[in-house]
Design a protein around this ligand. Structure first.
Ligand code: 4AD
Ligand code: MG
Length: 477
């Protein structure tokens, strides 16, 4: 007898096959109907048993969460809700699940409770749907870039440089922290550390990706990145995954085009390939929205939001235009923003980004040409001498989903920038070499993978779209 996945059987056109399936019990009703799930689809298969043919002790062991091997005949379903079911001949309990203390009962659990049981939460419909979509998005990302002539580069995770210059890095060390050797100046002597220098977990693979773009032309890196910022929000993780393409000879316009085309492609991919999971999450999203106060409610369903992004051009707006809009906006005048926008140069907070996207433009927005002093050192300085060729893609409900720029390719300008920011030029000697030898304009961006998954699944909290979230004061599991 052949073992099938539940997804295969539910799509099967043939009845009466002798089949084996293995999975976990979701529910067991009336001592007759087992709903079995094996992760291959959000749907359960109904397994029907004839009570009289089974040992009572075996029946007692069919409880929510138990692992079973079931063999039987695939027949046309008599009940509603499924077109096939299994008429069971034999059941083997592979692993019992004690119904008295199994946390994932067949009822609605709060997301907070499930976060505390992150090792089991993927056994729920919501989390299995989210994680299957996460996997599909990851696949679509690789597919997009490979199909478009990009090479996948594995940039390092342990690094000696601070790519974003923000200093929010986790240190990597094997030094005995209780007892570090000191230099003559009384500072920790990192020459005694594992790598002979100070090292950290990377905040971005960009700088290394740039060096590869300057030979391979079009590259992308997709890996874990780490930020030691103390942000306890629904959009920040301390460990998250970032997709970073980098393209030689692309200017900022081409970079914006790439980001838009790329995002639309991966969202289209899941609309075409993850229908069941998206239908489920769409229903869930509508339920959640109903429980919100009317003014906070989304006027679109999840599926409509995805389609909207695919069908519409992202609005491209300069930072300067955005500041004008914000300064004259109602929430600014009525002091409804936590951070009031008074003048040009202000850093935009997520409340401002969301106002622009959700209230003003009602569309994804690409903001570009930001003030130089609120952006990283590597961005190309504009002719005005005060703005840089930066771009942020802003999404409804999410805020910033992509951050990128055209890079400063002029060695002298880049050196000036580095000096002004008190960055040690020697640390970046290899990066500066790309500007010495065959420098050319180039651009790239970073997309926060979890923010994309959040948008695609309609989940409100970023902690619910990654298997084991790392956030300040939390690294359980
Ligand atoms: O805007 P960021 O900081 O840009 C960079 O790191 C550039 N080096 C990328 C590049 O040009 N290659 O981060 C890029 C994106 C953000 O737009 C956001 O989506 C996500 O990464 N991100 C986070 N996601 C979750 N938790 C955090 N703490 C994040 N910080 C940034
Ligand atoms: Mg950013």
């Amino acid at each position: 007898m052949k073992r099938y996945s539940i997804s295969e059987l539910l799509q099967s056109e043939k009845y009466l096959q002798e089949v084996i399936i293995k999975g976990w019990v979701r529910t067991f009703r009336s001592n007759r109907f087992i709903a079995l799930n094996d992760g291959s689809t959000i749907k359960n298969i109904q397994c029907v048993i004839d009570y009289d043919n089974f040992d009572e002790n075996l029946i007692k062991r069919i409880t929510t969460g138990a692992a079973l091997s079931v063999s039987g005949t695939l027949i046309e379903s008599q009940g509603i809700g499924q077109h096939v079911e299994i008429q069971v001949n034999n059941i083997e309990v592979l692993g019992d699940s004690n119904p008295d203390d199994y946390p994932i009962q067949p009822k609605k659990h709060s997301l907070e409770f499930l976060r505390e049981n992150a090792h089991l939460r993927v056994r729920t419909n919501t989390f299995s749907a989210v994680m299957r979509i996460r996997s599909s998005l990851s696949f679509a990302i690789h597919q997009y870039f490979i199909q478009n002539g990009f090479y996948h580069v594995h940039t390092p995770i342990i690094t000696g440089s601070d790519a974003e210059g923000a200093g929010e890095m986790f240190r990597v060390t094997t030094l005995d922290l209780e007892n570090t050797q000191k230099t003559e100046e009384g500072k920790t002597d990192y020459s005694k550390d594992f790598f002979g220098k100070e090292t950290s977990l990377t905040v971005s693979g960009q700088l290394e990706a740039e060096t590869y773009a300057m030979a391979l032309g079009k590259v992308y890196t997709f890996g874990p990145t780490f930020r030691a910022e103390n942000s306890n929000t629904s959009r920040h993780l301390s460990e998250f995954w970032m997709v970073e393409p980098e393209v030689a000879f692309n200017d900022l316009d081409a970079n914006m085009d790439l980001s838009e085309d790329f995002i639309k492609y991966v969202l289209k991919y899941i609309l075409n390939n993850c229908d069941e999971d998206l239908q489920f999450l769409n229903q869930r999203f509508l339920q959640e929205e109903k429980s919100k106060p009317a003014i906070q409610r989304s006027d679109m369903s999840l599926l409509e939001k995805l389609q909207f992004v695919i069908d519409n051009n992202f609005k491209r707006v300069t930072y300067t235009e955005a500041i004008d809009i914000l300064r004259n906006s109602k929430p600014n005048k009525k002091k409804k923003f936590k951070y009031i926008i008074n003048e040009w140069g202000a850093d935009l907070q997520s409340e401002h980004e969301r106002f622009l996207v959700e209230k003003h433009f009602k569309s994804p927005v690409i903001l570009f040409d930001y003030p130089a002093n609120i952006k990283a050192f590597y961005m190309r300085l504009n002719e005005d001498g005060k703005t840089v060729r930066a771009m942020d893609v802003l999404f409804p409900g999410i805020g910033e989903i992509v951050g990128g720029s055209q890079r400063e390719e002029r060695l002298d300008v880049l050196k000036e920038k580095i000096k002004a920011l008190n960055i040690d030029e020697k640390e970046l000697w290899w990066y500066l070499d790309t500007r010495k030898y065959g420098s050319a304009i180039h651009s790239g961006f970073g997309l926060g993978f979890e923010r994309l998954v959040q948008f695609a699944t309609g989940m409100g909290n970023i902690r619910d779209v990654i298997p084991y979230p790392r956030t300040p004061q939390n690294a359980e599991f």
